[in-house]
Design a binder for this molecule. Structure first.
Ligand SMILES: C[S@@+](CC[C@H](N)C(=O)[O-])C[C@H]1O[C@@H](n2cnc3c(N)ncnc32)[C@H](O)[C@@H]1O
Length: 214
């Protein structure tokens, strides 16, 4: 295997371990029991073993509910916001944004079974009228109406997504990433909550030189 391919494999393994340290292990795509569920009563039973064959860039690993609350507080979400979660898993971020802040929420998720689960969770939480889940690849998604974007993806996926964020989002839009940064794009704020690192950026008026929007 050429050295660059070896480095890529090693990086993916390392990030997978880092991302899933609090969890049972990323190979199984399981969740730790979350004892701090919101009033949303989000249902997150184990993902069926008959998982779809759709390829995802990142495994399904949930953000603990207390960290979800911190993400939304960090972005100062209000009822005026449209919150997009890129890779929305069981839907907990858009659902909590709608439930706790009265925001509109949209989840983009490639795995159909997770989209279905997120829709069921929205129904249970009574916010189906305020949230929407689209079965779509984030790299083909239009999220230009977002005023807040959240993500819990791998570092290289964040970097791949970065030009799209600058192309699509209006200046002033807040972007929050769980665990992974955006390389040269220096965050406005970095906080640590419950062992998780959260990064907040604001889309600037002028696109920085390091962003390749070609
Ligand atoms: C680490 S999980 C985060 C789930 C949720 N955002 C949370 O914080 O609890 C990443 C999610 O992104 C989804 N995903 C991975 N690649 C994707 C892609 N290219 N397009 C859409 N969703 C994707 C995975 O299926 C998974 O549900």
């Amino acid at each position: 295997m050429p050295p660059t391919a070896l480095r890529t494999v090693a990086l993916r393994l390392l990030t997978c371990v880092l991302m899933t340290l609090p969890l049972a292990g990323c190979a199984q795509e399981q969740e730790t029991p979350d004892t701090t569920q919101s009033a949303a009563e989000i249902q997150s039973p184990e993902i069926e073993s008959a998982d779809s064959t759709v390829e995802a860039d990142v495994p399904f690993v949930v953000t603990p509910q207390t960290t979800v609350d911190s993400i939304l507080a960090l972005a100062k979400v209000s009822s005026d916001d449209v919150v997009y979660d890129l890779g929305s898993g069981d839907g907990r971020i858009p659902i909590t944004a709608a439930e706790e802040y009265g925001a509109r929420g949209v989840g983009i998720e490639i795995k159909p079974e997770l989209v279905q689960r997120a829709r069921e969770n929205a129904k249970i939480s009574g916010v189906s009228d305020k949230v929407e889940f689209r079965q779509q690849d984030i790299f083909e998604a239009d999220f230009s109406e977002a005023t807040v974007v959240t993500m819990y993806l791998f570092p290289e996926v964040n970097i791949q997504l970065r030009p799209m964020l600058f192309e699509q989002l209006e200046p002033g839009t807040r972007v929050v990433s769980h665990s992974f940064d955006m390389d040269e794009w220096v965050p406005d704020t970095t906080i640590r909550v419950n062992g998780d690192v959260l990064y907040l950026w604001t889309i600037p008026e002028e696109t920085p030189e390091f962003v390749d929007t070609e």
